[in-house]
Design a protein around this ligand. Structure first.
Ligand SMILES: C[S@@+](CC[C@H](N)C(=O)[O-])C[C@H]1O[C@@H](n2cnc3c(N)ncnc32)[C@H](O)[C@@H]1O
Ligand code: SF4
Length: 344
């Protein structure tokens, strides 16, 4: 079985006030950082069928990102995360020539007032232009991230976002409901957020709209035209092995989980590598198979494990059983955290 390769690029032009991904805005050390990543890659003698370069904002370090992609082997699916405020056709063409075949744009919204409230560095028009530049550069596998239930968002404004997705002919959407993360400027701030009921309305409206246009839900937050599902992310939910390179990247490999420290300076010096390495025993793997696998709409094969927990969740209408599998019901999707807590 081939592994997935994840590379974390911890640089952004500006920090968004809701985000707790590890990244810094001082990009002066990007060249040394990429050298360190290429050094870390040498520790592995593997074949990778998927590569995912995420962040942070990989495209915020332009030429250094291209250098990294050129040095990596080809992969069947090779994704780069991109911020619409950091791309031009030249950069996208260079990424395409370097073997990248999938782009994931952090669009969040096609409404300028929502983008401003999220502290984004780009406008809605720039997001549209980024998608069209990607097509000009030769990309046909393009995904966008949208954020749901953000400040000022309404059912009406979400529809406008979704109509844009349809107009742009996109084949993949990740739709994440806003999480207010501790330690971010949004935490504890007075924000004009939709109520819990509105939040669920926005989620299901998004679900129904995307399904109607042929983008099928395959995970709680992910929708794709059949065949365009993100193979790399599916590896995380189905416990396939992956290796993470870079500061704050995690790996699951050879039956172990480990991660690099979120510290660029230490990483560049060769430190903070593979900390907290632990063997994932049989019991833990089973739990993970449940709480990660149940994120997928197809659910997981079921052979009578956790009979009490599963029985209770089926009785409450949160899980359903069919054809030797279990999966979340609609109610289970709304209360997914309650379901996962049973297996963590
Ligand atoms: C690493 S970013 C994507 C690329 C790039 N950094 C950007 O923002 O354009 C990953 C995605 O996570 C989502 N995200 C980040 N923080 C979030 C939060 N607090 N709640 C929900 N979604 C969040 C956003 O949709 C974002 O596009
Ligand atoms: S959402 Fe993207 S651009 Fe904004 S801070 Fe997080 S990683 Fe950086």
């Amino acid at each position: 079985m081939s592994s997935g390769l994840y590379i974390h690029i911890p640089f952004c032009v500006r920090k968004c006030p809701y985000c707790d991904f590890y990244s810094v805005t001082d990009r002066a050390g990007a060249g040394n950082y990429i050298d360190a990543v290429l050094g870390e890659l040498k520790n592995y003698n593997e074949k990778f069928d998927t590569i995912f370069i995420g962040g942070g904002t990989p495209t915020s370090i332009g030429k250094e990102l291209v250098r990294l992609c050129e040095a990596l082997p080809d992969a069947e699916e090779f994704t780069v995360e991109a911020n619409p405020g950091t791309v031009d056709t030249e950069l996208l063409k260079a990424l395409k020539s370097a073997g990248v075949n999938r782009l994931s744009f952090g669009v969040q919204s096609f409404n300028d007032n929502e983008l401003r409230a999220l502290g984004r560095i780009h406008t809605a028009v720039q997001a549209e232009e980024a998608v069209s530049m990607a097509r000009t550069a030769g990309f046909d596998n393009i995904s966008v991230d949208l954020m749901l239930s953000t400040p000022f968002q309404t059912a009406k404004s979400v529809k406008k976002n979704l109509e844009k997705v349809r107009e742009l002919g996109l084949d993949h959407v990740s739709a994440y409901s806003l999480i207010i993360e501790e330690g971010t400027p949004f935490y504890g701030a007075e924000l004009p957020l939709p109520s819990e009921d509105e939040e669920r309305e926005i989620y299901w409206l998004t679900h129904d709209f995307l399904e109607d246009m042929g983008l099928k839900q395959y995970e709680i937050s992910n929708f794709a035209r059949p065949g365009r599902e993100c193979r790399h992310n599916i590896k995380y939910w189905t416990l396939e092995p992956y290796i993470g390179l870079g500061a704050a990247a995690h790996s699951y490999h050879g039956g172990r989980r480990c991660g690099n420290a979120p510290d660029i300076a230490a990483y560049v010096r060769g430190g903070g590598r593979n900390v907290g390495s632990e063997v994932v025993d049989e019991n833990e793997r089973l739990r993970e198979r449940f709480w990660l696998g149940l994120r997928m709409t197809g659910g997981i094969a079921y052979n009578g494990e956790f009979p009490d927990e599963v029985g209770k969740l089926v009785k409450k209408g949160l899980l359903e059983r069919a054809d030797g599998r279990i999966r979340l019901t609609k109610k289970g999707i709304d209360l997914a955290n309650l379901v996962f807590m049973e297996f963590v």
